[in-house]
Design a protein around this ligand. Structure first.
Ligand code: COA
Length: 185
């Protein structure tokens, strides 16, 4: 679906609930949405520094993560993933969190790769994807949940009970600071 078509869908208001996404075709659709979203986030990411295989689009953690998507008219318009680890040091990207993870109860769940199509924003899609992943983390037996928050994600996560742990180490393409946040369950 083209961005213009998604804009039309957004105006029509048709949009599904979060659903688990699995398999290579689903992951391709998710990766395509990540690329579309991050290349348009000019205040957060320097798109000129993103290569086609940038880890923001796809990384080794995708294979062992659980993924959720929201669709409109058969196209993925929002996506997010959940990684579950018994050792916080094994979380994808964990090397950038350093000592911020120290003392967090384990197992730990990481919420990451949240993207919502620009034409589908401020409709609660990010909130819905966050809640479904928190519920899955609880069911799995996680004792804490962490998330690396972009600036506009901080307030909604504070409202869900997360606390700020500090800034994670910047990636070369970051224009904004990302804050590691945690919730003890
Ligand atoms: C951040 C993002 C995921 C939000 O998606 P969304 O579906 O529009 O968010 P929601 O509709 O669920 O909004 C939930 C809350 O987030 C906050 N929020 C969302 N977009 C915001 C914005 N542009 N400015 C300020 N606050 C914002 C608000 O508190 C909002 O609640 P409200 O609408 O009742 O005021 C989306 O803008 C996006 O994909 N951005 C680029 C990628 C990114 O930053 N991902 C997050 C990495 S942690």
């Amino acid at each position: 679906m083209s961005p213009a078509t998604v804009q039309a869908e957004a105006q029509n208001g048709a949009c599904g609930d979060p659903r688990r996404a699995d398999g290579p075709a689903a992951l391709e659709a998710i990766v395509a949405l990540r690329a579309l979203v991050w290349r348009s986030e000019r205040d957060v990411i320097d798109a000129a520094k993103l290569s086609p295989d940038a880890s923001l689009f796809r990384d080794a953690g995708d294979a062992r993560a659980l993924h959720w998507t929201i669709e409109a008219d058969g196209s993925v318009v929002a996506a997010a993933r959940l990684c579950l680890q018994t050792d916080a040091g094994d979380l994808p990207g964990g090397e950038r969190f350093g000592r911020l993870l120290a003392g967090l109860p384990t197992p730990v769940a990481l919420l990451s790769r949240l993207v919502v199509h620009p034409a589908m924003r401020r409709r609660g899609l990010a909130q819905a994807l966050t809640e479904v992943r928190m519920e899955a983390a609880r069911s799995w037996g996680a004792r804490s949940i962490v998330v690396e928050a972009s600036p506009r994600r901080i307030a909604p996560l504070l409202a869900l009970g997360f606390v700020e742990l500090g800034l994670s180490a910047a990636e070369p393409f970051d224009l904004a600071a990302f804050t590691l946040m945690a919730l003890r369950l």
